[in-house]
Design a protein around this ligand. Structure first.
Ligand code: GZL
Length: 351
């Protein structure tokens, strides 16, 4: 080989080596308990946003059991879009906690940057969240809570105060009865359609209502049974209650879809419900269809449970990405809505 060719070959090899060295320094958004350093100024190729690797978010969703859940899913999908700089994968776990545990392990294998978990029930999370912690993947919990003594297993939780919601339902019932002109000392027979047993939404609402209703010695809880937060099961349970008890005065439905099922069962039994009906219905969630049911005169009051967690979770992730500390626990603000106000309020509702 001539001297000139040798010099050219050496120059070519040296320039190729320096090119490979530059590629190796691109910062991969690797999953870690530390915020990813994708915006690290040291790697000039990342200084421009569009070159940033999308943040990989794995969302372990309860299921698609209710209007509330669909609104929750929509909020997460709209927030963690590709256009917003995310790679977003969601697993619908069909209200099965074991499917959620499997989904978390899959996301660990995939090396996501963040795991967002909407836990179906409170128990059974310590082993799998320990695996996520060992893999250095932050876990953000939304909506319901997990039962654990080790708070290092999750980075942050954002959701509702379910016990307060249950207590608010007692106040809602007191006001609904006043609205109807029912004497405060009239004996009342109450049945409760409970949510998914063992979920913090069910536990909080059931316990919160039961504790605060003790102030009313004339209120009697005839029965409570789970309708699993679905309309179909809510209707089935209400049908069985109507067969067992001839004098039900109040239904506490731990979500709107079970309330919709209860309304169908009550009407099919030839009875009436709502502000002008025999049976008072207090529900939870306050989804759009429930406002329509209040306007139609079927439901008396709705205790809100806000599903729009997407922006709240994004705020947490952005803070973590920039190395800021985040609150371990954050409750969302919620209100109570009465049938008489439903028509004037529905247009302002976000879900
Ligand atoms: C409450 C949420 C509950 C809703 C139901 O935060 O977990 O699950 O009340 C949903 O509608 O199914």
């Amino acid at each position: 080989m001539s001297v000139l060719k040798r010099i050219f070959a050496v120059v070519l090899i040296l320039s190729m080596c320096s090119a490979f060295a530059a590629c190796g320094s691109t910062d991969e958004a690797t999953p870690s308990s530390e915020p990813s350093k994708s915006s690290d100024a040291a790697s000039p190729s990342n200084s421009d946003n569009k070159d940033k690797k999308p943040i990989y978010v794995g969302f372990v969703q309860v299921g698609a059991e209710s209007d509330w859940r669909m609104a929750n899913t929509k909020s997460m999908q709209q927030t963690f879009s590709e256009a917003n700089g995310y790679k977003f994968e969601m697993v619908d776990c069909q209200q099965k906690t074991d499917k959620q545990i499997t989904a978390i392990r899959d996301f660990i294998q995939k090396g996501v940057d963040y795991i967002v978990l909407a836990p179906n029930t409170e128990a059974g999370w310590e082993t799998v969240l320990g695996e996520a912690k060992d893999a250095g993947i932050p876990v953000i919990i939304v909506d319901r809570m997990i039962k654990t003594s080790d708070e290092s297993l999750f980075t942050a939780w954002v959701g509702s105060n379910f016990k307060k919601e249950g207590e608010d339902a007692v106040t809602a019932l007191e006001n609904a009865l006043k609205e109807k002109g029912v004497a405060a000392d009239k004996p009342l027979n109450i049945v409760t359609l409970q949510g998914t047993m063992g979920s913090s939404a069910q536990i909080g609402r059931t316990d919160g209502f039961a504790e605060k209703m003790k102030a009313h010695s004339n209120w009697k809880l005839l029965d409570k049974q789970s309708g699993d937060f679905t309309q179909e099961k809510g209707q089935e349970v209400m049908e069985s209650f109507l067969k067992s008890y001839k004098d039900i005065n109040v239904v506490i439905a731990e979500n709107d879809n079970m309330a919709f099922g209860a309304v169908k069962a009550i009407k099919a039994a030839g009875k009436t419900c709502g502000p002008k009906g025999d049976i008072t219905i207090i529900s939870f969630d306050a989804v759009n269809a429930a406002f329509k049911a209040m306007i139609a005169g079927d439901i008396d009051v709705d205790v809100e449970c806000n599903p729009l967690h997407g922006p709240r979770v994004e705020e947490i992730i952005k803070a973590l990405e920039s190395g800021q500390k985040v609150d371990k626990i954050a409750y969302v603000k919620e209100g109570t809505f009465y049938a008489k106000d439903a028509a004037s309020t529905i247009s302002s509702r976000a879900y």
